[in-house]
Design a binder for this molecule. Structure first.
Ligand SMILES: [Zn+2]
Length: 90
């Protein structure tokens, strides 16, 4: 994962994350960190492996995301995603 020049803590993206997770996710586009292909999230490969979800690149099968939900929390591993692109709300 690329590091930015200025190191900020999670509070810096709290508002951003709140926006993202109230938005329609399936129309966003994810860029695979492995092969560079861009996929609409609604078209990626998803595996429901309890207790989590594994999302894979439809082109090269690299893991794009791991999402675990439990004990009142979410864990989101995006190391396989180079970029997530969303359409801004009106
Ligand atoms: Zn890929």
């Amino acid at each position: 994962m690329e590091m930015s020049e200025a190191k900020l803590d999670g509070n810096a993206i709290a508002g951003l994350l709140r926006e993202i997770f109230t938005m329609e996710m399936t129309t966003s586009e994810t860029t695979c960190a492995g092969c560079g292909s861009v996929s609409v999230v609604g078209r990626v490969d998803v595996y429901l492996n309890a207790p989590g979800v594994v999302v894979r690149c439809p082109s090269c099968e690299q893991v794009l995301m791991r999402i675990v939900h439990g004990r009142g929390r979410y864990w989101l591993d995006l190391r396989g995603t180079r970029c997530l692109e969303f359409v801004a709300p009106d």
